[in-house]
Design a protein around this ligand. Structure first.
Ligand SMILES: [Zn+2]
Length: 486
């Protein structure tokens, strides 16, 4: 039986009472926490146990492993639009795509095109890209990931997660058409039954996995890429397999009008009609709603995952334009933060928690609207609830898996503060993550992976990206080579 003893840290449990142990410890046996509390008490519990691995956490904060419930592996399209070939100067940028309320036709076309790209990834490319992507999450403190559709294969993400030792709820890229309200409305581009078959195969595979690291998270990419038949079929699968379901909904200002024009119904209403609206419905972004849609979400007890630190860079206005997300939170819905994804790296969980902490308080002129401890819960326990994984991860308590993030809190930024979490959210970043533990196993130490070779994963990714970009994205080899040499 392996035993891990963390001692002398400032332990933020993120449990329901938001308990903090300023000189705290954690004892884990065989991957699960058996004691958490003041260091002296935990040390007494550890006494006499054989082969104890001890981490001296003096000068550090200890938090639950971050749970990023809404993420996409888009590292395969780094040489696509909005990727690495943009000019170094931002002066020629225009407000396009998701900006100014969203160009839904262009967005649904872009999302539809991803299906063909996923099919053209070789297995070796898919796995190399997945390993790189997952490592960027792991090293920033994420121990549990929710994939809400990726330009990658779920099997590659699952394999990479197992190799790295982190948890991942994987998904298929479920979309069966495009929306063009100026043209013929909704146009089907894929066989719906085939899309559903892929989702069902994945659900079966994951149900049989049983290793604690990989689960299935059925999702539909976006309502503007979804026929009513796809929604109904997914509703049936979600009920049959009794799993959570995630989708982007109410994400953009123009989504409601386009959805009504193409489908004759409101975005949230369409999911409700398909029987998908329940307490296991994870609504991503979810800001542009009318009163009926708000009521539907409240009555269902849906979960909202949003990515406040990411909206500005893409020209989205999901936080402050309608205030729906903070208002639904006030009305009782569980709201968590997540990173979302992009061709280039997006802000990490630390940045998302920081933004929620500062932006909500600014919106309501009240520093207790979202306390630092609330922000931490929004990145740990609450998203674990959204993923249906909260019995195992998301807070530090006896019986839970020992998934931990440790951050040094003893430099100039923390001088004389009684609240290291506030100092961390104010001046810290994802790059400050020092140690990551999952299931009692140290996976990252001094910011570097312990069991995986950082340089090899990076080199493997760049090789895969070079071949895939030239073959499938039409990237000019000279431009790729110049970018890689930068
Ligand atoms: Zn997303």
């Amino acid at each position: 039986m392996s035993t891990l003893h963390v001692t002398g840290g400032c332990v933020y449990t993120a449990d329901e009472e938001h308990r903090v142990h300023p000189d705290g410890g954690i004892l884990a046996r065989d991957g699960r926490i058996v004691a958490v509390g003041p260091s002296a008490e935990v040390a007494a519990a550890a006494q006499g146990l054989p082969e104890v691995e001890t981490i001296d956490a003096r000068g550090m904060m200890v938090m639950p492993g971050f749970v990023n419930a809404h993420w996409h592996d888009l590292a395969a399209v780094r040489f696509g639009p909005r990727g690495t070939l943009r000019p170094v100067s931002d002066r020629g940028d225009a407000a396009v795509f998701m900006a100014l309320g969203g160009d839904l036709t262009q967005i649904s076309m872009a999302f539809d095109a991803f299906t063909g790209l996923i099919d053209r990834l070789t297995w070796d490319e898919a796995l190399a890209i997945a390993r790189y992507s997952l490592l960027t999450q792991l090293r920033t403190g994420v121990t549990t990931l929710g994939d809400v559709g990726s330009v990658n294969r779920p099997q590659a993400l699952a394999t990479a997660a197992r190799q790295l030792g982190m948890r991942c709820a994987v998904s298929t890229w479920a979309a069966d058409g495009v929306c063009d309200p100026g043209g013929p409305g909704f146009k089907r581009t894929r066989d719906t039954d085939e899309v559903l078959r892929e989702a069902e195969d994945l659900l079966r595979e994951c149900a049989g996995a049983g290793d604690g690291l990989v689960r299935a998270l059925p999702s539909i990419v976006y309502g503007v890429n979804m026929s009513d038949e796809l929604a109904a079929g997914m509703g049936e699968l979600v009920r049959r397999f009794d799993v959570p379901f995630a989708t982007h909904v109410g994400a953009l200002r123009h989504e409601g009008a386009v959805t009504r024009a193409c489908f004759g119904a409101k975005p949230v209403e369409r999911f409700a009609r398909a029987g998908l609206l329940s307490s296991r419905f994870m609504a991503v972004h979810c800001a542009f709603l009318d009163d009926d849609e708000r009521r539907l979400l409240l009555d269902a007890g849906a979960h909202i995952s949003h990515s406040p630190a990411k909206y500005g860079a893409t020209g989205e206005s999901a936080l402050s334009e309608t205030r729906a997300i903070p208002e639904l939170r006030r009305a009782g819905l569980t709201v968590s933060v997540s990173t979302d994804g992009g061709p280039l790296l997006v802000p990490g969980m630390v940045e998302e928690m920081r933004f929620a902490w500062s932006a909500y308080n600014e919106m309501f002129a009240d520093p207790t609207e979202v306390r630092a401890s609330d922000a931490l819960a929004m990145g740990t326990r609450l998203p674990a609830e959204g993923l249906g994984w909260a019995d195992d991860v998301g807070s530090l308590q006896a019986g839970h898996l020992a998934d931990l993030v440790m951050v040094r809190a003893d430099d100039w930024r923390y001088l004389l503060t009684s609240r290291p979490l506030e100092a961390f959210l104010a001046m810290g970043s994802s790059a400050d993550v020092d140690t990551v533990v999952a299931g009692g196993r140290v996976l990252v130490r001094d910011g570097r992976p312990v069991h995986a070779d950082d340089a090899e994963i990076r080199a493997g990714y760049l090789d895969a990206l070079t071949s895939f970009s030239a073959r499938c994205l039409g990237a000019e080899p000279g431009a790729v080579a110049r970018a890689l040499s930068r």
